[in-house]
Each structure stands twice: as C-alpha cells, then as structure tokens.
Design a protein around this ligand. Structure first.
Ligand SMILES: NC(=O)c1ccc[n+]([C@@H]2O[C@H](COP(=O)([O-])OP(=O)(O)OC[C@H]3O[C@@H](n4cnc5c(N)ncnc54)[C@H](OP(=O)(O)O)[C@@H]3O)[C@@H](O)[C@H]2O)c1
Length: 246
C-alpha cells in the first residue's frame, strides 16, 4: 500500500490555513497542524480534520522564531518520517499610515510574514532535498504586487515573499521541489472582518466579481498546486482575487 503523504500547514487553526488543511485532508494527506494559540478553534479544527480519516498532528510554534520552526520540523519528521508539502500560511497585519506606524508594528509583520516563511522553509527544505521531492506554497497577497496605502509593512512582507518564492524555486528545481506563491485578494476571514464597512465597500468596488472570496477558494488552488496536474509549474505567483488585479 502506498504511504500517505504529509502536509505541514502553518497557522492552520482558522481562516485560510484551516481551509487548506481541510482540503488537503480531503485529498488523503496526513496533516501537521501548526498553531500558536490554544483555544476552542484549535480543537474544533483538529476534530474536523480527523473526521476525514487522516492523522492530525498538532505542533505548537511561533513561526517568527527560528528555534520554534526547528522544533516544528523536527517533531513533524519524528512523527511521520516525511514532509511532502509545506504551506507557509501564518500571517498578520498591523495596518497604519507611515506617519503613525510604530517600529514594532513594522518589525512584527516582517518577522512573521517574511522571516517566518524563511524560518519554516529553512528547516523543511533539507528533508525535501533528501526525499528528492516536495511542494512549497507561500501565502503572499495582491498588495505585495500593487502596494496599498496603510500597509507599508504588510505589502513589503508580501512582496518579499514573492522574491523569496522565485529565488527558492530556482535554487531547488533540480531537486524536484516546486515552489509557488498564492496572492489572495479580499478573502472572508478574521483578518478582513476587522475592516470598517467603508473600507470594505471601497475594496468591493475594485473587484470585478463584486464579492469577497472564500477561504476554500484559496484552498482549491493549493489542492491543484500539490497535485500531479501542476508538476510543470514553479516560481509562479497566482492570484485568487475575483479579478481585482490584472
Ligand atoms: N484574508 C485575506 O483577505 C488575505 C488576503 C491576502 C493574503 N492573506 C494571507 O493569507 C494568510 C492567512 O490569512 P487569514 O486571513 O486566514 O488570517 P487569519 O484568519 O488572521 O489567521 C491567521 C492564522 O495565522 C496564525 N499566526 C499568526 N502569526 C503566527 C505566528 N507567529 N506563528 C504561528 N501562527 C501564527 C494565527 O494564529 P493565532 O490564532 O494564534 O493568531 C491564525 O491561525 C496570511 O498569510 C495572510 O497574510 C489573507
């Protein structure tokens, strides 16, 4: 019998990360679910994954800390002996105009979204090289392409993720590791719930499909990017944004 594949998803307790973990579980992957906060959402997500008859291994870790990512990778490998897919999903926003943005707000966003992506990838790639295969999917954002007033920190981090993705794709292609980025537009999660009605309306006006996206619509792209159907695709940034950025 073929061994089950394993996917590690960071920040997978809620939002897009949860939808990705569920989608991969639906496709028969055992899940390494990285979390930072212990709460009911964590238990609920674990339950929903296990109901799909796959293993769900919970690993605590703050991805902005290199040593936490070392530990996440070690625990995942000790448990399953393989990692086929890494989804660098965990991310935060600390929005504000530059004149009011605190240095800590700039640094925490870069440390989580960009350095966190490095921290996790740096600790997983050696195993993928040994396996001679792997898929890495990094969550960027359309604002990493277009920029956005009030998000210098976030846009810089997500533009950084794009440069990171393309460089890594070139480095590890010969090892049969594919690396791509997804740039979601405006997706319905806790991250966008906090926006005011005025801001939401202004954003909706920029979306040709005239609605917010659903987390599972991002997860469907991940499903494609880990499948055999995408084995000639690497170093790409694919938007899931209802046509917001063309
Ligand atoms: N929603 C959108 O419209 C949108 C658009 C473009 C890109 N994205 C990107 O898509 C990804 C997921 O977004 P989302 O909307 O699902 O966000 P979300 O609902 O706010 O969830 C973020 C998840 O990341 C986790 N996380 C944050 N910092 C972490 C850290 N240092 N270590 C470990 N986990 C951490 C959170 O854990 P806690 O529960 O502990 O906070 C949470 O599980 C992010 O990278 C985001 O930038 C989202």
């Amino acid at each position: 019998m073929e061994e089950r594949k394993v996917a590690l998803v960071t920040g997978a307790t809620r939002g897009i990360g949860k939808a990705i973990a569920l989608e991969l579980a639906d496709n028969g992957y055992d899940i390494v679910l990285n979390y930072r906060s212990v709460n009911d959402e964590l238990k609920q997500t674990q339950k929903e994954i296990e109901e799909k008859n796959v293993n769900c291994f919970l690993v605590y870790g703050d991805i902005s800390k290199f040593e936490d990512c070392e530990n996440i990778a070690k625990q995942a490998i000790d448990e399953f002996g393989r990692i086929d897919v890494l989804v660098n999903n965990a991310g935060i926003t600390r929005d504000g105009l530059i004149m009011r943005m605190k240095k800590e707000d700039f640094e925490s966003v870069i440390d989580t979204n960009l350095t966190g992506t490095f921290n996790m990838t740096r600790n997983i790639v050696p195993f993928m090289i040994k396996q001679k295969n792997g898929r890495i999917i990094n969550l960027s954002s359309v604002v990493g392409i277009t920029g956005n007033a009030g998000q210098t920190n976030y846009s810089a981090s997500k533009a950084g993720v794009i440069g990171f993705t393309k460089s890594l794709a070139k480095e590890v292609a010969s090892r049969n590791i594919l690396v791509n980025a997804i740039a979601p537009g405006f997706i319905e999660t806790d991250m966008t719930k906090v926006l005011s009605d005025n801001v939401k309306e202004a954003i909706l006006n920029q979306i040709p499909l005239k609605r917010m996206g659903e987390a599972k619509e991002v997860a469907k792209l991940v499903k494609f990017l880990v499948s055999d159907d995408s084995k000639y695709i690497t170093g790409q940034v694919i938007n899931v944004d209802g046509g917001m950025v063309m």
